[in-house]
Design a protein around this ligand. Structure first.
Ligand SMILES: *Cc1c(COP(=O)(O)O)cnc(C)c1O
Length: 383
């Protein structure tokens, strides 16, 4: 039904035919663990909800359509998606991560899978020579993330795919910050795309969920098998909430991005702000690359995340504690704006590691409130 349709239309219609038995316009929440069979092994395509569930299948169909991928597989969280991807590896394999990858991803590969004999190397993925030097020593999975968190560095996905493929490795891209509305890694030759749907895909801070998407048939088959074997699946209600969130992804992303751009420009004018990290600012090192790579919607959009460095840790903490509209909280990607201090909050677990972030840094997840109100809130906090 959604073939050839544009992103906004697919978000509302892919996998979401009216219910054939009742005509319900919205996909029902099939809150059931099991499905009655007409005769032994004769059923309507569903047997048990860990294996498959109609609400979950609807959201997976929609996710695949938004990614332009034949396969999307959903999980109970972003980390469950990444952990299941990690289980495609075997002892002796080697994973390459960016040196500022999401902390949970680093923890998984440094403290869980390393113990299973899967090697790990971190590298500054903005430096392709370094990447090639590391992959030349052997690589099975190159796992990229762009824009990065919380420093908003931009990685060249096409170049990373080439480096990975030369080394006979797969390229996975955590596309949580950009979403498929803005950036489609599979079109840039990546092999698998990873999401924490908890963030922009769900979009309302009321859900923890994850997904993987791929066009690689063999990998898809293995991941689907692992989804059922490991069982880290989202429940029907969470699948439904994600489906509901996806319907407004395009309009929300446009609003997040325009608000973030206004706030980044305002921050750039403040004498007390030392560096504004935002790929939409012309002076930003990854700006040109982002302009090309983050234009899947038809125009460059630079995301809703902004971070900035202040003069000191004390000042960063004071700003975080003084905003009223920006809630002081971890996570990101919801309609409400959030502020946080990465060094003491989201990135506290990586203090002292290669992933440590400056203590003077503040991170914003710009919501879809009116940007003037958000700027007034920051003005008050800065005063
Ligand atoms: C939040 C996040 C994850 C982990 O997802 P959960 O849904 O919290 O398990 C992975 N990658 C990025 C970039 C994230 O922001």
């Amino acid at each position: 039904m959604s073939d050839g349709m544009r992103f906004e239309t697919r978000a509302i219609h892919a996998g979401q035919e009216p219910d054939p038995t009742t005509g319900a316009a919205v996909v029902p929440i099939h809150q059931t663990s099991t499905f009655v069979q007409e005769a032994v092994a004769r059923h309507k395509g569903y047997e048990y909800s860990r294996t498959d569930n109609p609400t979950r299948r609807a959201v997976e169909t929609c996710l695949a359509a938004l990614e332009g991928a034949p396969h999307a597989i959903s999980f109970a969280s972003g980390m469950a998606a990444i952990a299941t991807l990690a289980l495609t590896l075997k002892p002796g394999d080697r994973v390459i991560l960016p040196d500022d990858v999401y902390g949970g991803t680093y923890r998984l590969f440094s403290q869980v899978t390393e113990g299973l004999g899967i090697g790990l190397e971190t590298v500054d993925m903005t430096d392709l020579e370094q990447v090639t030097a590391v992959t030349a020593e052997g690589a099975d999975l190159v796992f990229a993330e762009t824009p990065t968190n919380p420093l908003l560095k931009i990685l060249d996905l096409r170049a990373l795919a080439e480096a990975a493929h030369v080394a006979d490795a797969l390229l996975a891209v955590d596309n949580t910050f950009a979403t498929p509305f803005i950036q489609r890694p599979l079109e840039l030759a990546a092999d698998v795309v990873v999401y924490s749907g908890t963030k922009y895909l769900g979009g309302h801070s009321d859900l923890v969920v994850g997904s993987l998407a791929t066009a690689n048939e063999e990998l898809a088959g293995r991941l689907r098998w692992l989804q059922n074997s490991v069982g880290a699946v989202p429940g029907p209600f969470d699948a439904w909430l994600l489906l509901r969130g996806l319907k407004t992804l395009a309009v929300r992303m446009k609003s997040h991005c325009s608000g973030a751009m206004m706030i980044a420009r305002w921050l750039d004018e403040q004498d007390s702000v030392e560096i504004v990290h935002y790929p939409g600012l012309p002076g930003w090192p990854g700006h040109e690359l982002a302009t090309v790579q983050m234009a899947a919607s038809g125009e460059p959009l630079y995301g809703g995340m902004v971070s900035f460095s202040t003069s000191s840790e004390e000042r960063a903490l004071a700003i975080c504690e003084r905003t009223r509209l920006f809630f002081l909280a971890e996570s990101l990607g919801g309609v409400e704006s959030l502020i946080e201090h990465p060094a003491r909050m989201t990135h506290a677990s990586v203090a002292g590691s290669p992933l440590a972030v400056p203590a003077s840094l503040v991170r914003l997840s710009v919501g879809i409130e009116h940007p003037d109100d958000l700027i007034a809130d920051l003005e008050r906090a800065f005063a």
